[in-house]
Design a protein around this ligand. Sequence first.
Ligand code: ADE
Length: 269
Amino acid sequence: MRLDVVTIFPEYLEPLNVSLVGKARARGQLDVRVHDLRAWAHDKHNTVDDTPYGGGPGMVMKPEPWGEALDSVIESGEGQPVIVVPTPSGRPFTQELAVELSEKPWLVFTPARYEGIDRRVIEEYGDRLDVREVSIGDYVLAGGEAPVLVMVEAIARLLPGVLGNAESHRDDSFAPGAMADLLEGPVYTKPPEWRGRGIPDVLLSGHHGKIARWRRDEAFRRTVRNRPDLIERADPAAFDKKDREMLSILGWGPGPDGRFGRVAPDVEE
Ligand code: ADE
């Protein structure tokens, strides 16, 4: 997969040289190219921003440097990239979108600073290419570079051969499949006792069926506590008899439409 990032802070993307993404680059599984937007700003001060039409606070990124930068990046490769524009006003970045983007051969990220990029840039490329405006969460950062790091890591770990073990993302929270719509429960490793705290006996039992059930029960506990909205939205057909028993213990039951909601006060541990 090829990834291009156009930014006024190329050094902000240094973490792409480290850890999982850095290793994937070193192995040739990822071709990452970081470009300085100011290379396409031609005045004495390499200006990339200007005051907003209509007034208001802050500055807006000028269209000309972005247009030249994107033309140049797009011309440098084969075929058409998907352009990912990080913005707090975008669609939410989810595991589902990470999976979709991980299947594309080429992504171009356009992290903005200031109040964002002149709208005409998004329209211009949106007419010709697949352009996605994406938010990583309901908070406002100073720029899109940190969101690019977040998205690239979520996407890169899904590429074939990038994580050591192909099974590693099967049980991820939000991964499609058996544990869909549930958060992952707690995990333990050696030593068997630490500061007087042991390991749940079932994990030492060697009984795979019981372990799987315990993990799913713990996933319900955690999801009910941290993300009750996930249970409320879940398709109740995904819940088997044991799931329903656990949900009932946690104070949850089906409503008139079959979907689950809280029917008893929260159980504190
Ligand atoms: N730029 C600033 N805040 C952002 C956010 N939450 N998501 C994506 N890009 C952003």
